[in-house]
Design a protein around this ligand. Sequence first.
Ligand code: 5GP
Length: 199
Amino acid sequence: MSFDDPTTAARVLVLSGPSGSGKSTIVDRLVLESPVKVREAVSATTRSPRPDEVDGKDYYFLEQDEFSARRERGEFLECAEVHGVGDWYGTPRSELERAEAEEAWALLEIDVEGALNVMEKCPDALTIFLLAPSMEEYRRRLESRGTESAEVIARRIKTAGREVQRAERYRYRVINDHLDRAVGEIIDILSAWEDTYRA
Ligand code: 5GP
């Protein structure tokens, strides 16, 4: 653990899973329902906002130049180009500090590459990989969202296949077969970890 960097000691919950695995819904539920306090870390990204997305809530939407400048100043705990189309995503360290100040776990909803970086920087991070019951189910969920083109969906499914292969690097894997059950399982895991932190 680095003593120069207070964020490496923060309580961090990393949740990854392919597009269509139901991550965003689970994140919302955890923030509302978890008896162990959880605060969502808002990532920065260079991609354009979707119609229903709000700056500062869903993401901090940044121009490429601004993102690069922040990256060079070391303001991100980790950052990665996701989906290989030039869109960058990063976790601002300030989000971890804010969660810590509220005595909450910082919940990072990030891709596998970012998660592997966080595992190195925060060895005590609780890492959970969320799986949809099947690849067909991923496709169905992505298509029903109706916000992405066929090309984007195809690319995301390809990324999903690669990501699932790396799921064993996470401490836990949770199958999102039923929302209530999956949320309950994550809350149980988190509660057990909170107890070990306090012990
Ligand atoms: P979307 O564009 O659908 O919101 O997110 C695309 C992907 O970027 C998702 O897999 C999500 O987990 C990942 N992502 C979101 N924020 C971050 C971040 O701060 N860092 C990394 N490495 N990935 C992120």
